[in-house]
Design a protein around this ligand. Structure first.
Ligand code: NDP
Length: 337
C-alpha cells in the first residue's frame, strides 16, 4: 500500500447495515457485530502499511469500532500511536463515523501511579492516550480490570468525572467480577453515567462470563457485552488445524509467523493433543455447516444472549475478510448448540 495515497472509504460501506449493527444494551449506540482490536498487529514492531491496510479494510466493510488500550503494542503505547497516525493519514474526516475505545488498568508506566484503578492513574492515562491517538475525546473509556485494593467508588467516580470532562462519551468495565459489576452498574446509573458495556472473554473454549452470571446480568440490566479473544487468539481458526500430536504428548508443526510462535500470550504448551483433537472435532461441525471454524466460532458467540459484538484481532485483511462472513452465518440447530 502506498502510504502517501489519500484514503477514500468504500461508498457502499453501510450497505449491509441491517445485518451489521446491534444496539449496545439499552443505549443509543449501535456497534458492528464485528469490531477490531488493536492488542496485537498494530504496535511499533508491526509494519505500519499493513496496520493501515487492515483498518481501511475494516472501515470499508462497516467495522466502525476500534478497541485499544494504553499498553497495547509492543511497545506499550505504540498501538495508540499507530491510531494517531491513522487519524492523520486516513480517518480524520471520518471521526464521527468511528467509535474508538481505550482502557487503563494494567501496567503502563513505572512507579506507584501507572497501574490498577486509582483516580490518579485513570485520569493521567487517558490524557496520555488522547495525546498518542491525536484525539480530543474517546467514545468509550474502560477500567481494564478490577482492582481489589482501590475502593470501587474511587475508580467509578473517576469514570464519572472523565465523562463529565468530555474526554470520553461512555464508560465500560472489563474483567470485573459479578459483585463488582453490580456495584458499578448501580453507582454509575445513580450519577447518570450508565455503564455502556462489559468486555469479557467468551468463546467456544471459555464460557466464564456466561457461567458466572455476568452475561445474564448485563442482558437484564441494559448493559452491552463485547467478547474479546473470540477466536481464542487464533486457536478457533484453521491456523493450527494442520498441527500433529507427537508420541511425547506434545504438538508439532506450529506454523511460522503465527501468534503462538511470536507472542508471549499464546504459549505453545497451551495447545495440547487433547485440545487439538477438540479443535478438529469443532472444525468437523463447522464443515457440516459449510463454514470455516472461525466463522462458526464467531457466529456461536453472536448467537448467545446479550452479546453486542465480537472483538477480533487480525494479522491480515484476508483474516478479517473470512471473519466477516459470520455476519451471514446460518442459525444453529439445537443439536449443534
Ligand atoms: P482473536 O481471538 O480474534 O485472535 C486474533 C488472532 O487470531 C489474529 O491475530 C490471528 O493470529 C488469528 N486469526 C484471526 N482470524 C483468523 C482467521 N480467519 N484465520 C486464521 N487465523 C486468524 O482476538 P485477540 O486475542 O487478538 O483479541 C481481540 C481484541 O480483544 C484485542 O485486540 C483487544 O482489543 C481485546 N482484548 C481485550 C482484553 C481485555 O482484557 N479486555 C484481553 C485481550 C484482548 P495470527 O497472528 O496467528 O495470524
Amino acid at each position: 500500500m502506498d502510504i502517501k495515497k489519500p484514503y477514500t472509504p468504500a461508498p457502499d460501506r453501510y450497505e449491509q447495515s441491517e445485518q451489521m449493527y446491534r444496539r449496545c444494551g439499552r443505549s443509543g449506540v449501535l456497534l458492528p457485530k464485528i469490531s477490531l482490536g488493536f492488542w496485537h498487529n498494530f504496535g511499533s514492531v508491526d509494519p505500519y502499511e499493513r496496520s493501515r491496510e487492515i483498518t481501511h479494510y475494516a472501515f470499508d466493510h462497516g467495522i466502525t469500532h476500534f478497541d485499544l488500550a494504553n499498553n497495547y503494542g509492543p511497545v506499550y503505547g505504540s498501538a495508540e500511536e499507530t491510531m494517531g497516525r491513522l487519524m492523520d493519514d486516513s480517518f480524520r474526516p471520518y471521526r464521527d463515523e468511528l467509535f474508538i475505545a481505550t482502557k487503563a488498568g494494567y501496567d503502563m508506566w513505572e512507579g506507584p501511579y501507572g497501574n490498577w484503578g486509582s483516580r490518579k492513574y485513570l485520569m493521567a492515562s487517558l490524557n496520555q492516550s488522547l495525546q498518542r491517538m491525536h484525539l480530543d475525546y474517546v467514545d468509550l473509556f474502560y477500567s481494564h480490570r478490577y482492582d481489589p485494593e482501590t475502593p470501587l467508588e474511587e475508580t467509578l467516580q473517576a469514570l464519572v468525572d472523565i465523562v463529565r470532562s468530555g474526554k470520553a462519551l461512555y464508560v465500560g468495565i472489563s474483567r470485573w467480577p459479578l459483585e463488582a459489576l453490580k456495584t458499578a452498574d448501580q453507582y454509575l446509573r445513580e450519577r447518570d453515567v450508565p455503564l455502556l458495556i462489559y468486555q469479557g472473554r467468551l468463546n467456544l473454549l471459555d464460557r466464564e462470563p456466561q457461567e458466572e452470571g455476568i452475561m445474564d446480568y448485563c442482558a437484564d440490566h441494559g448493559i452491552g457485552f463485547i467478547s474479546f479473544s473470540p477466536l481464542a487468539q487464533g486457536l478457533l481458526t484453521d491456523r493450527y488445524l494442520n498441527c500433529v500430536s507427537t508420541a511425547e504428548g506434545t504438538v508439532s508443526g506450529i506454523p511460522a509467523g503465527s501468534r503462538m510462535t511470536r507472542g508471549k500470550f499464546l504459549k505453545q504448551d497451551m495447545l495440547t493433543p487433547e485440545l487439538l483433537d477438540y479443535l478438529k472435532h469443532l472444525n468437523g461441525i463447522a464443515q457440516g455447516r459449510n463454514e470455516t471454524l472461525a466463522e462458526m466460532a464467531l457466529a456461536w458467540i453472536l448467537h448467545q444472549r446479550g452479546v453486542t459484538s465480537v472483538l477480533v484481532g487480525a494479522s491480515s485483511t484476508g483474516q478479517l475478510e473470512k471473519n466477516l462472513r459470520c455476519i451471514s452465518a446460518q442459525p444453529f440447530s439445537d443439536e449443534e448448540v
